[in-house]
Ligand binder design. Structure first.
Ligand SMILES: C[S@@+](CC[C@H](N)C(=O)[O-])C[C@H]1O[C@@H](n2cnc3c(N)ncnc32)[C@H](O)[C@@H]1O
Length: 377
């Protein structure tokens, strides 16, 4: 079948008539301030501009498979993200990872509060602990260096860092519950803890090393956080970042979430879920992001790691991180109905059990970025 060639001039001859239904339709969408909108099959962009006018703060994409249509659309507005693409193959599992989007989204969201999971975090954070050891060895921390543990959680890794250096060790985290746990267990003459988010770091040229394990994807404003990290480091100081990476950061979780997304008990509510995570697809993208903040990046690589766990342990791993997003009402923009969280957990637990092989174990795969960035002298 030959492809239809759309003539944008001919199309626009009846612009007013063609645009009226878009105006009518947009006026029936009962949303005050959606953060992200995509106009699928946007043509020369008249419907997209209706959306632009109606929701000035949103990040808006116009997508169409016709190059001629998108070229025409581009001439009319640079406040819209115009894209050539086919609706049939259009798929953005984490359509909120773009930096542009994060600016809009984060303006409305406060930091995630991990207080709720603080009590069980140290026990359940199996994958974070394993990854932390790799990051520690990459950073080659010297015996007198001052170290900041950024997003320190319950402080067990802060304590681990204090075994490596005799310098000052500070743990910072925005979750008051995490810091309360950390203080009660690990506070000492050399280790201190403070409630703060990376974006609001106050230290100025005070640390030789920033250790940031499994936190980067949670930053509400990654660019601002990195700028603050650069300020907190002494010249030639370095930051080590380790975090889940890529849209398919954990294929096992995503397979389980796909079940939640189509289960009759959860599908309607889950369709409102908006991923809060900052995820890039390649080591180069992460490196570029750090270079934009003024760092030199000697190492940035996404690794695939895998380990065998029981389905129950996989659920604990989920609860120690991803759950703080998937089960967080602010990621839905609507209240979660009674019973939703329980159904979500039950469907996910069943899905993890179904992933077990003959030994009753699940091969749990993660994609993780390991990156070291250096503040120039
Ligand atoms: C998965 S836990 C990692 C804790 C610890 N670093 C570890 O590896 O075990 C993520 C932590 O990041 C913290 N966090 C979230 N947003 C943050 C931000 N904007 N700045 C600093 N920490 C943040 C959370 O409060 C939470 O304690």
């Amino acid at each position: 079948m030959s492809k239809i060639q759309w003539d944008s001039q001919l199309y626009l001859r009846y612009e007013r008539e063609r645009t009226q239904p878009s105006i009518d339709l947009a006026s029936r969408i009962d949303l005050d301030s959606p953060a992200v909108i995509i106009d699928l099959g946007c043509g020369p962009g008249n419907s997209t501009r209706v959306l632009r006018e109606r929701w000035p703060a949103a990040h808006i994409t116009g997508l169409d498979s016709s190059t001629a249509m998108i070229e025409k659309a581009r001439q009319t507005s640079d406040a819209i993200d115009w894209r050539i693409g086919d609706i049939q193959t259009w798929y953005e599992p984490n359509r909120f990872a773009s930096h542009k989007f994060l600016e809009v989204y984060n303006a409305r969201m406060s930091n995630f509060d991990f207080t709720e999971i603080a009590g069980r975090y140290e026990r359940d954070s199996l994958v974070q602990k394993a990854a932390a050891e790799v990051l520690i060895s990459m950073l080659e921390i010297g015996p007198q260096e001052d170290v900041l543990d950024l997003g320190c959680g319950t402080g067990h890794l802060t304590e681990r860092l204090s075994e490596i250096t005799a310098g000052r060790v500070v743990g910072i985290d925005p979750a008051p519950g995490m810091i309360a746990q950390a203080r009660s267990k690990y506070c000492s003459e050399r280790i201190s803890f403070e409630v703060a988010a990376a974006e609001n770091l106050r230290p100025n040229a005070e640390f030789d090393v920033i250790f940031c394990n499994s936190v980067l994807h949670w930053f509400r404003d990654p660019a601002r956080a990195l700028a603050a990290c650069k300020r907190a480091l002494r010249p030639a100081g370095r930051i080590g970042l380790q975090a889940p990476a890529r849209q398919d950061y954990c294929p096992n979780f995503l397979k389980g979430i796909a079940k939640v997304a189509c289960h009759p008990e959860t599908a309607a509510t889950f369709s409102r879920f908006r991923s809060p995570w900052f995820l890039c697809e390649t080591g180069d993208e992460y490196a570029e992001f750090c270079r934009d903040a003024g760092f030199i990046v000697p190492f940035a690589r996404i690794e695939e790691t895998s380990a065998r766990y029981s389905p129950e342990q996989v659920l604990k791993v989920f609860e120690s991180g991803a759950a703080a997003g998937y089960l967080n009402a602010t990621c839905y923009g609507v209240p979660m109905p009674n019973g939703y969280v329980e159904s979500f957990r039950r469907i996910l637990a069943d899905a993890f059990r179904a992933q077990a092989d003959g030994d009753g174990q699940v091969e749990l795969v993660f994609h993780r970025i390991y990156l070291v960035a250096v503040r120039p002298d």
